[in-house]
Design a protein around this ligand. Structure first.
Ligand code: GAP
Length: 502
């Protein structure tokens, strides 16, 4: 028990250190901080936005450039309101919630019970915790709110603020944000007169922008099934309890791909995409045992099979990506609500009948990864505190060991001193490299301090220009992870760095 709670404490403190580091070094800031922030909204700073962009590019390239049958689009955030009726989000995109009558604090029912189970785990009551979670999952799957409340009460699960078990009944809470479209509301006039067109929703997933464009893309791109449409974009959810830094936000970004297939082939494609997506994660050099699949017990309203790819964050194993077999639910409903055909004509011959497959509404396998969660994953994996103390002196460093392809800055160019023509030589190297990858030039402070600052933002290479450079045109290149330095010809710098970031 002592070991478990120590592990929990050190993971929590690692998580806190990551949050502080993200702020101190320009990765992530609390949103609207000068006004004391806006709950669960974050801004990406100078290095955070570079890292985020590199993650996006890595995903986009692997999905589109590396798959001849997947193309990308960029659909609008605002969509016709009927979209969300057809997709089922108006009626089904809910989370069960419960309020504590004394503190007035609102909880997501699954979070409340999961937190309690975590406490049981920390007290080594592993079996009890597992049983509780199993029971919760089975009741959630049946939407049996009465029994869920009983489960909370019977286990004496308390509100963290009031410390009481004085709970309301469980209710559903829709997670979509809505806003008004058209001119601003006037109390004098009715909606038609003042030009107020309608209530629109901020999209809670990017997927629907792909579904409504399915035929546009298929026809204009002359795509043949099986094919995929990829998209990266913002999504918005009015999370009841937004928490854990950028893990659960109200405004976030998704990288989604809908893969359109022949009905009846969904099981096979579902397995293929599970494997492909797991391999993508592992391609970043992250160890296999940091990942696991988690099959959904309660399926979303559109799915006939679904699982999450979970990563072991410092706060435990959590979902980073979902793989969903969405059947023909979305296209079929859009066809019904829009009265526009969402069918595809397949002229391949069905070996069973000897005739073309003909017209059908395709089935869909979806891969959906949260960009911000992927950012947190990359950050958690990279964040390393190293003790560098020797018998002579105490020393340590914080280094972000990003894969070079994702690092915000690839190369720092550092003249040893600000004189003797060294800055000019360093600037020449910078000019030679900066069109190929992100470089950073700095002449201030000791070289040791400059190295540490580059370690803290995860720059894989530092090049130092010194007096010897003037004599033989060589520079020192320092490798971030090993801190080893070697002497190389200055004209090799670009090739070495470029070669490491492919
Ligand atoms: N189109 C399917 C879909 O949206 P989801 O499992 O609800 O499925 C997909 O979301 C991914 O989006 C999740 O795996 C997660 O990485 C990310 N995500 C969902 N809600 C989020 C939130 N509130 N904050 C940050 N990321 C979120």
């Amino acid at each position: 028990m002592a070991n478990d709670s120590k592990k929990h404490e050190s993971s929590t403190s690692k998580f806190q250190s990551i949050i502080s580091h993200c702020k101190e070094y320009g990765f992530v800031f609390p949103g609207s901080e000068i006004y004391d922030g806006l709950q669960a909204v974050y801004d990406y700073g100078q290095w955070g936005s570079e890292l985020k962009k590199n993650i996006k590019d890595y995903w986009w390239k692997s999905m589109t450039q590396m798959h001849e049958n997947i193309i990308g689009i960029d659909a609008a955030i605002f969509m016709h309101p009927t979209t969300w009726k057809a997709s089922g989000h108006v009626d089904n995109f809910n989370d069960p919630m419960i309020d504590n009558k004394d503190s007035k604090k609102r909880y997501r029912v699954d979070h409340l019970i999961e937190d309690y189970a975590q406490k049981l785990n920390a007290e080594s009551k592993i079996q009890e915790a597992e049983q509780l979670l199993d029971e919760m999952n089975s009741l959630l799957a049946k939407d049996d709110f009465e029994s869920l409340k009983k489960l909370i009460v019977d286990n004496k699960i308390k509100c963290s603020i009031s410390g009481t078990c004085n709970w309301t009944d469980i209710r559903q809470f829709n997670l979509m944000f809505s806003t008004e479209f058209g001119s601003t509301e006037s109390s004098e006039k009715g909606p038609e007169e003042n030009g107020l067109a309608n209530i629109v929703y901020l999209r809670p997933e990017t997927a629907q922008g792909i579904f409504v464009n399915f035929l546009n893309v298929q026809k204009s791109g002359r795509m043949k099934i099986p094919f995929g449409i990829a998209q990266i974009g913002k999504a918005f959810r009015n999370e009841i309890v937004a928490r854990q830094f950028i893990f659960r936000m109200r405004e976030f970004e998704q990288m989604e791909m809908q893969f359109f297939i022949r009905p009846g082939t969904q099981k096979e494609w579902y397995e293929r995409w599970k494997e492909t997506r797991m391999n993508w994660h592992l391609s970043l050099g992250i160890s296999n045992d940091k990942y696991r699949f988690h099959d959904h017990v309660k399926l979303a309203h559109y799915a006939d099979a679904a699982c999450d790819i979970e990563y072991e964050f410092p706060i435990g194993f959590k979902e980073v990506e979902g793989i969903h077999s969405r059947t023909d639910f979305d296209l079929k409903n859009h066809q019904e609500y829009s009265k526009k055909k969402m069918q595809y004509f397949d002229n391949d011959v069905d070996p069973a009948t000897g005739k073309p497959y003909g017209n059908y509404i395709p089935y869909v396998i979806e891969t959906s990864i949260g960009l911000d969660r992927m950012f947190l994953l990359v950050m958690s994996e990279a964040y390393t505190e190293e003790d560098l103390s020797t018998s002579e002196k105490q020393d340590s460093r914080v280094v972000l060991k990003f894969p070079p392809s994702l690092a915000p800055v690839k190369l720092a160019i550092l003249p040893l001193v600000k004189k003797d023509g060294l800055p000019e030589i360093a600037r020449k190297i910078m000019d030679d490299c900066k069109s190929s990858f992100r470089c950073f030039y700095e002449e201030k402070d000791t070289i040791g301090k400059r190295y540490r600052r580059m370690d803290a933002i995860g720059t894989p290479f530092c090049v130092t220009v010194d007096q010897q450079t003037k004599e033989d045109n060589t520079v020192t290149i320092r490798h971030r992870d090993t801190m080893q330095q070697e002497r190389i010809p200055a004209d090799q710098v670009k090739k070495i760095v470029a070669g490491s970031i492919i």
